[in-house]
Ligand binder design. Structure first.
Ligand SMILES: [Zn+2]
Ligand SMILES: [Zn+2]
Length: 281
């Protein structure tokens, strides 16, 4: 059965596979259309489009913009963004710099907590990839301080943990505006990250809709059936688009497959037309 996947990472951010390798996996998984949504960067899209042409897979230009409202981190997906828009590109570059400034501080804190890790080791491990927390987690796994990336985040790297360093991020409203100004459709990724639930979540998403949010990522690898139902209801009630994706990262999230998440994800190709229409409208 054909399916789509609107949330995928590559080596251009913190994924472990090149765009062409992600496309090859998508082909095996009967994915007919996909979006490359690297964190704060769009440089992987051209390679993906070329590979997609070879394999007969439609590639939608995408990006995942990090933002913070003072309480929750919001990831805003941008679909059909104009990658040659100079203002958008410079905004993303500033965001990436804020991540790079943070990495050495994280290493300092880990060393302060007694872990023998250096920034040079992280850089060597990342190779040509852009260094991020998943690389730090991988180094911690190699050195046997933790047994999984999840444990590295749960014990050290996640928000509120000893080696957590906050980034200077735009607000969700700003991230949405950036995407809109680059002619993209803005979608709230993995809404479980928002610390509000119920009515508070609805008023939060309503405010984002008023700022230009176009959709909600209802279908997601780690959503339970009841979460999917809840977000579907929220999207319908607020007249927002429904999207879905795996958030594939390769070996950093080894249990998540392209197109199928943990095995039970299936994003219906019929969700693509409304997204396309919103981008053109
Ligand atoms: Zn995300
Ligand atoms: Zn993601």
């Amino acid at each position: 059965m054909s399916r789509i996947d609107l949330h995928l990472h590559t080596t251009h951010s913190d994924g472990s596979l090149r765009p062409s390798d992600v496309l090859a996996l998508a082909k095996q998984a009967s994915v007919t259309a996909l979006a490359i949504t690297d964190h704060d960067i769009t440089t992987g899209i051209n390679e993906a489009i070329a590979a997609g042409r070879e394999l007969g897979i439609e590639v939608i230009p995408g990006v995942e913009v990090s933002s913070f409202d003072g309480r929750s981190e919001f990831h805003i997906l941008g679909y059909y963004v104009q990658c040659e828009d100079p203002v958008f590109m410079s905004r993303l570059a500033t965001l990436r710099d804020s991540r790079h400034r943070r990495n050495p501080l994280i290493i300092e804190r880990l060393r302060g907590a007694g872990l023998d890790v250096t920034y040079d080791e992280v850089r060597a491990l990342a190779g040509t990839e852009s260094v991020g927390r998943p690389h730090i987690a991988r180094l911690m796994m190699q050195k046997k301080y933790v047994s999984s990336a999840k444990e590295a985040f749960d014990r050290y790297l996640g928000e509120g943990k000893p080696a957590y360093v906050a980034r200077e991020l735009p607000t969700p409203v700003e991230a949405i505006q950036w995407i809109r100004e680059a002619k993209g459709v803005a979608v709230l990724a993995h809404p479980t990250w928002v610390k509000d639930t119920g009515d508070a979540l609805r008023s939060c998403v309503t405010a984002l809709k008023n700022a230009g949010l176009g959709g909600v990522e209802v279908h997601y690898s780690t959503h339970s059936k009841s979460q999917t139902a809840q977000y579907l209801e929220l999207a319908r009630r607020l007249n927002l688009l429904v999207t879905g994706g795996s958030d594939f990262h390769g070996i950093t999230k080894p249990d998540i497959g392209v197109g199928c998440g943990r095995g039970d994800l299936k994003v219906n190709p019929s969700l693509l037309e409304p997204l396309k229409a919103a981008a053109n409208g």
